[in-house]
Design a protein around this ligand. Structure first.
Ligand SMILES: [Zn+2]
Length: 113
């Protein structure tokens, strides 16, 4: 499952950060998922809970937010907002788009104690 791989990667980052900060426990994790990343936020949240078992992040509150997608339109010569992969440019209706942002997942921040 795609989300499980991403969750493992995210939790790896979280644990490393928490350990470096000398944390006993991670209480909250904020993740940002790009609107174009083909990741379901609910599935992602569930996978994070599964992956965090027996780690510093066990029981942490997991917040998943969606980041807007951005693409470069070569017709408009401008960066445009894109809600989904496969949609046309909202300005000119064309498909000469190259995704520039919003296709990945990031750990935004974590709370530790
Ligand atoms: Zn355009």
């Amino acid at each position: 499952m795609h989300e499980l791989t991403l969750a493992e990667r995210a939790l790896g980052i979280v644990e490393k950060t928490a350990r470096e900060a000398g944390a006993q426990r991670v209480t909250r994790i904020r993740l940002s998922i790009g609107a174009l990343a083909h990741v379901d936020p609910d599935t992602m949240q569930y996978c994070c809970e599964v992956v965090s078992r027996d780690s510093l992040a066990e029981g942490a509150q997991i917040e998943v937010t969606r980041a807007p997608g951005l693409a470069w339109c070569s017709t408009c010569q401008a960066e445009v907002a894109l809600a989904q992969v496969g949609e046309p440019c909202p300005a000119c209706g064309g498909y000469q788009l190259k995704i520039t942002d919003g296709d990945q997942m990031q750990v935004v921040d974590i709370s530790i104690e």
